[in-house]
Design a protein around this ligand. Structure first.
Ligand SMILES: NC(=O)c1ccc[n+]([C@@H]2O[C@H](COP(=O)([O-])OP(=O)(O)OC[C@H]3O[C@@H](n4cnc5c(N)ncnc54)[C@H](OP(=O)(O)O)[C@@H]3O)[C@@H](O)[C@H]2O)c1
Length: 349
């Protein structure tokens, strides 16, 4: 079967480079266009992009010429967007109107009622919102979002536990990697041996996106899950991997052993689909007293595995644990590619 041409919007950035590396040898998708800002359009990818990943530089595509983010010049049936929110606001709808299915990392449209906000293992059925979106907006293409990089890590634990017991309240404190701020991101003077207890807009995203993703799809759209969530987000001197310490009130006050059993028994919505970028294990429960740790554990399954540890009782909310996930793979490029594979498997492309 021939591969489907794809466009990468924002191919020079932190997330864009991960898209290029993931898609350069993908069995179903073939990179047709790489785009960047007006400042770099027309340049060779190798000249315009300061490649910062391991492996072959520019994933072997250094001679490609960067194009403008314009569907008239860089159209593909599938588009992966690593654009900043403000740019995504106009560019992503332009591609969707032209007939592209846009898989977006930006926050611009995540909370719109007709935009699917997908973690394939947890709410694959929400992709059905695409039909509503196309009717409402008159688009032949569409936009599908993946959540914020902190939201998806929290959901790796909260999603299965909500399904097993019903979650009522969550208090989450994040310790977020520097790469989450893009490049060059936080200044070295602020980042070194320090904690910055503020990430603009992040806490609101975690609190709202998680409720939408765990909501139920009905004829009127998504009925959000009625979980109270309070998030405190912090930037810490870690390169890759967001760690979250979370306390939860779950219905029926399950014991730590009940939580571990439920986490390990969880069957993702993607089970059996054979999606190329799906991790061998969506969720791993660690038994060691001091794991998971970002430096040691975050690259498992190409950064797509979420790891939970320190499952124990909480004297205030009932249960507490630690959860770790890769912010630029599970929380960004890998998440979008997995969403596209899910859509392809459902015949939506
Ligand atoms: N980093 C993470 O962990 C993470 C996780 C989840 C989601 N996200 C989201 O993913 C998106 C990208 O983040 P990032 O960290 O990769 O950002 P980044 O490193 O700053 O890259 C931004 C990209 O957008 C392009 N761009 C900037 N202005 C543009 C314009 N006016 N027109 C067209 N292209 C333009 C840049 O091209 P030039 O090189 O030409 O400037 C670059 O390719 C953001 O929406 C972010 O919130 C990031």
């Amino acid at each position: 079967m021939s591969r489907i041409p794809v466009t990468i919007l924002g191919a020079t950035g932190t997330v864009g480079q991960r898209f290029v590396r993931r898609l350069a040898r993908h069995p179903s998708f073939e990179i047709a266009h790489l785009t960047a800002s007006e400042r770099k359009a027309g340049m060779r990818y190798a000249d315009a992009c300061d490649w910062r990943l391991e492996g072959e530089s520019w994933a072997g595509l250094g001679d490609r010429v960067l194009e403008l983010c314009d569907p008239g010049r860089a159209f593909s049936p599938i588009v992966f967007s690593a654009l900043d929110c403000e740019v995504a606001l106009s560019v992503e709808p332009a591609f969707a109107r032209a007939g592209s299915l846009v898989f977006s990392n930006a926050s611009a449209f995540r909370m719109e009622e007709d935009i699917p906000l997908i973690v394939p293992e947890l709410n694959a059925d929400h992709l059905e919102l695409l039909a509503f979106q196309r009717r409402k907006r008159g688009w032949t293409g569409g936009i599908v979002c993946n959540p914020n990089c902190t939201t998806v890590v929290l959901l790796g634990a909260l999603g299965p536990l909500h399904r097993a017991f019903g979650a009522q309240a969550v208090f989450a404190v994040s310790m977020q990697a520097l790469s989450g701020a893009g490049y060059p991101g936080v200044s070295s003077i602020d980042a070194t041996a320090n904690v910055v207890p503020f990430i603009r807009g992040e806490e609101d995203k975690v609190e709202t996106e998680a409720r939408k993703i765990l909501g139920l799809l009905g004829p009127e759209g998504i009925a959000e899950a009625g979980i109270e969530i309070s998030a405190s987000c912090n930037r810490v001197p870690v390169l890759e991997g967001h760690t979250i310490a979370a306390s939860m009130r779950l219905t029926g006050s399950p014991s730590p052993a009940d939580l571990v059993a439920a986490l390990e028994a969880f069957v993702p919505d993607t089970a059996g689909l054979g999606l190329y970028s799906a991790p061998g294990l969506f969720l791993q429960v660690r038994r060691e007293a001091d794991r998971p740790q970002p430096r040691r554990d975050v690259e498992e399954d190409g950064g797509m595995r979420i790891q939970v540890g320190r499952v124990r009782s909480c004297p205030i909310l009932g249960s507490k644990l630690v959860v770790l996930g890769h912010n630029t793979e599970r929380g960004a490029a890998g998440a979008s590619v997995l969403n596209a594979e899910l859509a392809l498997s459902r015949g939506m492309v």
